[in-house]
Design a protein around this ligand. Structure first.
Ligand code: 4NP
Length: 150
């Protein structure tokens, strides 16, 4: 079983989309895919309505996800930890206890643009169009991840 964790700040906008998109491409018998936030602001909440809507538009249901905060134990559970932006990267890396754990953490857009360390913009305070833009980026990144790992 390969285990993949998607991480953003609130776990209600970007990482739930990344989780839903990647799940739609992978066989659940072989892959465990989850998401978490570096902050607990929205713990237990469903994803942002705008993320639910844009996913639904592309045939993906993320409405049943519940936000949770990243914990150090996630380093034990997951093989790959994809973060959405450079702040998430710093926050998660700070928690890593050794080099092996550090090496699990990757900027998700490096799958599309290797070594460029580009961030998925936080759409929370923006317009709906931001969610469409985020969806497109995550769809492309997840397609690459799916091809690599399956
Ligand atoms: P996310 O977006 O990290 O993509 O889930 C955010 C959601 C909530 C907040 C910030 C970003 N917030 O400040 O509450």
């Amino acid at each position: 079983m390969i285990k993949i964790l998607m991480v953003c700040l609130g776990n209600i906008c970007r990482s739930p989309l990344a989780e839903g998109i990647l799940k739609s491409k992978m066989n659940p018998q072989n892959f465990l895919i989850d998401s978490a936030g570096t902050a607990a602001y929205h713990k237990g909440n469903a994803p942002d309505k705008r993320s639910i809507e844009v996913a639904r538009k592309y045939g993906i249901n993320i409405a049943d996800q519940k936000a949770r905060k990243f914990t150090i134990k996630d380093f034990d559970t997951f093989n790959y930890i994809f973060v959405m932006d450079d702040r998430n990267y710093q926050d998660i890396l700070m928690l890593a206890r050794n080099q092996k754990e550090e090496s699990k953490v990757q900027m998700i857009l490096n799958e599309i643009h290797p070594t460029q360390n580009l961030s998925v913009p936080d759409p929370y305070y923006g317009a709906n169009q931001g969610f469409e833009h985020v969806y497109t980026m995550l769809e492309e990144a997840c397609e690459i991840i799916a091809n690599k790992l399956s």
